[in-house]
Design a protein around this ligand. Structure first.
Ligand code: ADP
Ligand code: ZN
Length: 721
């Protein structure tokens, strides 16, 4: 081959052809460097017939400059890149960028100099140096990363290097990971578990596409069972990818994995240090990495010998990415398994309706674990009708819930209160003039965080200290907090159960793996009596003394009115309920609601999952919603209101008229201003048979927009703001 076509990352240009110079070896999938004008670009060698472009005469071709010393991307991965781009209306380059997600990994073997504290002290101690030394205890990383950790400039740290306070350590970037062993600590499985594990191990050995829905109540041993599939993969020297929805609580998972396999898995998420990222990427590409546990982005890594994918808590919304390439990792995982011809396991106690439907129609094999391990009973669930059993004025917890917590406290057991609202109060207003604190960049109220003394926007990160006077009328001491967040609930608990030891568990308080691990250790050791938390505490841990779960406001999730509101409420409450009574002692769940008659609440209270899913299925069928019909959104945004509106109107005016696609809008998005951009939305509701992606591509492809306008397409959207 002496002419190649490249997929590259310069969005303004189409695919480019190059000449392969004498003596250079390239194959489809090779990652190369090529000249573009005076600059260099990175590209991936692609099959030309799959990447059409205007042919360039031979004489005009410039030669490739170099090939990166990494294995060529395999055809299965290249097909996945194409499929993802095609399905989600994204460019193949933007998907390929997620594959080549470590710049450092492309370069060959190398060493790196990291630094750590030597134990020495500087001649002259300054406050900054002191703080840096304290912050860097136990850390080893590059100067730049250490500067980030310590929150000081690199200059300060270089000063400490010169003084010998930080010492250099030369590290092999690609040093091997400790090996995991299939049979390190094999548990004895129950009969039900054995049956499921047997299906998995057979599928791993068979190496063909095999999608499974592992449907098992919380605590039934789903993790234990898919660990057996991983063990089989290890025995066959193939790689496993486990996708987890929340990296904050992976700590518990890692520990459990290590207990089972004798070594931790390789972790992949967006906040890895660049050295860790490089090391993991190269181990994955070489095949040395055995098991990778990661957030959704781990799905696009170049596994050399993938043998199994597990998506744990597969119903979780966080598998959907809502910027850049708007993909759903659960669905792409199934596609990757198909291209790789391997099994994929979607595990959940509350599967998405879409997944259940796939099982129903025989596309996924459904495996059920019907009972909790060790005979633990599922908790008893009851509702508290807030219109009858009212909390006292200015309080949020009904007397019956407080009494139940007092009982637990007296018995030395734990309670968990669930409220999916960070901070102290979701809205702050002026008692005098009614002024409401709103984000200047978003259509959203500022949320008061009393612990950290700030008013913050949860969408753009804008924050300001709470003022003493109202910014509108100038009245002093007049601000009132409206509604509860977890901090306010924690305050109420502190007032009413004075002896209780409290922990607030949210992404604000457990914002690092260390803090999450510390929280879990304290809860396990019985050092916490009451946990107040957001959805962060709905999954992934097992506290045997936790016997009461209180859902502070079950109606909260139903208010947004989006397509999956009922399903999401069901899943969240069922998941958090699953935290209760996992040990020998039975659990109790109390759900506070103003609508005990709502079908989702009634189904939860009756423990009748099928009733809920049946009702929800009918509602979706009626609405032509997934899985019976499809949705896609077009989101138009600009910093200029008029520009956004005009662009949206132009898209609206050129809409195609089709029998099987209904097009709604354009209309201002519910979140009409987000991060300083004005937003309009169009919504497509299509029959399953419609080729909605082609419709959108043809429609939008014929239009062009001013520079400042962004037009994003969201296929199978989860967010309707
Ligand atoms: P799930 O993933 O379905 O919530 P887990 O796999 O976390 O369930 O199991 C719940 C608890 O029961 C865990 O503490 C787990 O270690 C334990 N467990 C489950 N199955 C077994 C088994 N066969 N032998 C020993 N412990 C088990
Ligand atoms: Zn904002």
């Amino acid at each position: 081959m002496n002419r190649v076509r490249l997929l590259h990352f310069n969005a303004a240009l189409g695919p480019l052809d190059y000449r392969v110079p004498e003596g250079m070896e390239v194959a489809p999938g090779s990652v190369v460097v090529a000249p573009l004008g005076p600059r260099q670009i990175v590209g991936i060698v692609w099959e030309p017939e799959r990447l059409p472009t205007e042919p360039v005469p031979d004489a005009k071709l410039r030669p490739l400059m170099a090939v990166f010393p990494v294995p060529p991307l395999q055809p299965e991965l290249r097909r996945l890149i194409e499929w993802t781009a095609d399905y989600y209306c994204a460019s193949p380059a933007s998907v390929a960028r997620m594959v080549l997600s470590s710049g450092g990994a492309l370069r060959g073997p190398s060493t790196i100099t990291e630094y750590r504290l030597s134990g020495g002290m500087p001649e002259r101690m300054t406050a900054q140096r002191q703080a840096a030394i304290e912050a860097l205890e136990g850390e080893q990383a590059t100067i730049r990363e250490l500067a980030g950790i310590a929150g000081v400039s690199e200059g300060v740290l270089r000063g400490l290097v010169n003084q010998g306070v930080l010492e250099p350590v030369v590290v092999d970037c690609d040093r091997p990971y400790p090996p995991a062993a299939a049979d390190y600590a094999q548990p004895e499985l129950t009969e039900d578990q054995q049956e499921v594990a047997g299906r998995f191990t057979a599928a791993v050995r068979a190496t063909g596409f095999a999608p499974f829905l592992l449907d098992g109540v919380t605590g039934s041993g789903k993790t234990e069972v898919y660990f057996e599939a991983i063990a089989e993969c290890l025995r066959n020297e193939r790689q496993t990818l486990v996708l987890l929805p929340e990296i904050a609580l992976t700590e518990a998972f890692l520990r459990r994995f290590e207990e089972r396999f004798g070594a931790p898995p390789i972790v992949w998420h967006s906040s890895l240090k660049s050295t860790e990222r490089r090391r993991a990427w190269r181990a994955i590409a070489s095949g040395e990495a055995q098991v990778v546990v990661g957030a959704r982005s781990a799905l696009f890594l170049p596994y050399a010998r993938l043998g199994l994918i597990v998506v744990d808590e597969a119903h979780e919304v966080s598998f959907k990415q809502d910027d850049g390439v708007r993909y759903n990792a659960r669905d792409v995982a199934v596609m990757r398994a198909r291209f790789e011809r391997i099994p994929v396991v979607l595990a959940s106690a509350t599967p998405a309706l879409e997944s259940l439907q796939m099982a129903e129609s025989g596309i996924y094999e459904k495996l059920v674990l019907p009972a909790r391990f060790g005979g633990a009973e599922l908790p008893a669930i009851d509702t508290i009708n807030l219109t009858e059993e009212k909390p006292e004025r200015g309080r949020w917890l009904a007397p019956r819930l407080v009494a139940a917590m007092e009982e637990r406290l007296a018995r030395g057991e734990q309670s968990l209160l669930f409220l999916n609202r960070r901070g102290y109060a979701p809205l702050t207003l002026c008692r005098h003039c009614g002024f409401r604190f709103q984000c200047p960049n978003c259509s959203a109220w500022l949320v008061e965080h009393r612990l950290s003394r700030r008013l913050a926007c949860h969408h753009c990160g804008h924050e300001t200290p709470p003022p003493n006077n109202c910014p509108e009328c100038g009245e002093p001491e007049c601000l009132v907090a409206c509604g509860p967040g977890v901090e306010r609930i924690a305050d109420e608990v502190a007032e009413r159960l004075r002896e209780a030891r409290l922990a607030v568990a949210t992404s604000d308080t457990l914002n690092s793996p260390e803090k999450a691990a510390e929280f879990i250790a304290r809860a396990e050791a019985g050092e916490i009596d009451v946990i107040v938390g957001t959805q962060l505490v709905t999954k992934g841990f097992h506290f045997p003394e936790l016997t009461l779960v209180g859902v502070v406001d079950a109606d909260l999730g139903l208010e947004g009115g989006d397509l999956r509101a009922a399903e999401r409420t069901y899943q969240q409450v069922a998941q958090v309920a699953g935290r209760a009574g996992r040990g020998a002692k039975p659990g109790e769940v109390l759900i506070q609601t103003r609508h005990p008659e709502a079908s989702v609440i009634a189904a939860l209270a009756a423990g009748d999952r099928d009733a809920f899913y049946d009702a929800e299925t009918e509602a979706r069928r009626h609405a032509g919603a997934p899985p019976f019909g499809r949705w896609a959104a077009i989101i138009v945004s600009s910093e200029d209101e008029a520009e956004a509106r005009e662009a949206a109107n132009r898209i609206g005016a050129t809409r195609p008229h089709l029998d099987d696609v209904m097009i709604l809008g354009p209309a201002p998005a519910p979140m009409a201003l987000l991060r300083g951009r004005y937003r309009y939305r169009l919504l497509l509701n299509a029959r399953r048979s419609a080729e909605v992606q082609n419709v959108i591509r043809d429609w939008l492809g014929a239009l062009s927009f001013p520079q400042g306008v962004r037009v994003a397409v969201d296929v199978d959207p989860y967010s309707f703001v």
